[in-house]
Write a protein that binds this ligand. Structure first.
Ligand code: ASP
Ligand code: MG
Length: 407
């Protein structure tokens, strides 16, 4: 008998029929002899609707109240799923994040889980119930209701699976699993059977939207196997597991794309020690994550520093740069939100030379200019003009032999 955490995303509980399907699936999983803990997202686009309502009454959206508002979405789902389970003859009980013992820090709208005290969930399982937990939420050390950031139900599911030592955390969604590229961009993308935690982290960080990055980090840290699968077909999907050294690794497993970043260039910067430190300290103090960084070789004692930040941080980052510009006597600050990033990811590239060369050749042959480059041991990313990204992904998918045979 296994303990399975099943997380259902917004589309999986999008209407009454879908909720009844979920109840049916949970019932069958139980009848196969497993214990099940369910984690739900808000129905469909309900969270977006709530944010819109908040915008209509307040330009500032006080974070504590926004969190209280947004957690309502998951509460609706959990109660309806429990009612559907009851109709299916499965005994269940719903729990808010707070009732489930999810303790977070006080950083409203993007709180981090500090600790899980799943006593009530364990008691419910022991009593033969299916606990249904509202995802995306917890209670802070100050006893206020918090949310974990958009897409945070994945984190709830993985964290609960870790705390309960579940055998697997199943993430049900509206796609069949993780693909070798976004199928909307690359019709020949293939569904992947197995992806390592490291590869999935790189993919989630560079544009794959199937799983929230933090949930993958959490799963890796606690060794929770993930199974991403469809609640429309109920077919097996993609497993995300610890890398098995005996397995043969794909040199390149997937191509990702990301249009969520913008580029900032600070030009005419004095080329002396301490300048970069000052600039990036200023950004860090404003809570801004910097991604790619390029510094050009100096001429006449001056240099340019370019870097990328999340589009949503662009205004704040620009302010910080304008301040530092004055302090260090830089010539100018420019921003560019017309960029996109394409990345190739694969654990096998560690031991396989030539991946970078093939990537650059492929872009060159298709007349695509590279503006910035960054690498990790299992990823290479290039920043391009936004309107060339889709083309780049398709050509790279072909060049690295990832295209599906038919379709
Ligand atoms: N409902 C929340 C959101 O839309 C959390 C989630 O779906 O995981 O971001
Ligand atoms: Mg979601």
């Amino acid at each position: 008998m296994a303990l399975i955490v099943q997380k259902f995303g917004g589309t999986s509980v999008g209407n009454a029929e879908r909720i009844r399907d979920v109840a049916e699936h949970v019932g069958r999983t139980r009848e196969a002899g497993n214990d099940v803990v369910v984690v739900v997202s808000a129905m469909g686009k309900f969270t977006d609707d709530l944010i819109r309502m908040a915008d209509e009454v307040s330009p500032t959206r006080p974070p504590r109240e926004l969190d209280m508002l947004l957690t309502a979405g998951e509460r609706i789902s959990m109660a309806l799923v429990c009612m559907a389970l009851s109709a299916r003859g499965v005994e269940s009980a719903s729990f808010t994040g707070s009732q489930a013992g999810i303790i977070t820090d006080t950083d409203h709208t993007r709180a981090k889980i500090l600790e899980i005290r799943p006593d009530r969930i364990r008691e419910a399982i022991d009593a033969g119930l299916v606990p249904v937990v509202a995802g995306f939420q917890g209670v802070s050390t100050e006893k206020d209701i918090t949310t974990l950031g958009r897409g945070g139900s994945d984190v709830t599911a993985v964290a609960l699976a870790a705390a309960l030592k579940a055998d697997v955390c199943e993430i049900y969604t509206d796609v069949k699993g993780v693909y070798s590229a976004d199928p909307r961009v690359v019709p020949k993308a293939r569904q992947l059977a197995v992806v390592s935690f490291d590869e999935m982290m790189e993919m989630a960080a560079t544009g794959s939207r199937v799983l929230m990055l933090r949930s993958v980090e959490f799963a890796r840290r606690h060794g929770v196997p993930l199974h991403v699968r469809s609640s429309f077909t109920w077919e097996p999907g993609t497993w995300i597991v610890e890398e098995d050294p005996t397995m043969e690794q794909a040199v390149v497993l997937a191509i990702t794309d990301d249009a969520s970043e913008a580029k900032i260039t600070v030009g005419g910067v004095p080329d002396r020690p301490g300048v970069a430190a000052q600039l990036f300290r200023e950004l860090a103090d404003r809570g801004i994550n910097v991604d790619m960084i390029v510094q050009n070789t100096g001429t006449n004692g001056l240099t340019d520093i370019s870097f990328t930040v999340a589009m949503t941080d662009l205004d704040v980052a620009r302010e910080a740069c304008d301040e530092v510009k004055v302090e260090i006597g830089a010539a100018m600050v420019t921003t560019d939100d017309n960029i996109g990033r394409v990345s190739v990811v694969g654990a096998g590239m560690k031991s396989s030379p030539g991946v970078t060369a093939l990537m650059f050749e492929t872009l060159f042959e298709n007349g695509i200019n590279i503006e910035m480059i960054s690498t990790s041991s299992i990823r290479i990313s290039c920043v391009l003009r936004a309107d060339r990204v889709a083309d780049a992904v398709r050509h790279l998918h072909t060049a690295f032999g990832l295209d599906a045979a038919s379709s």
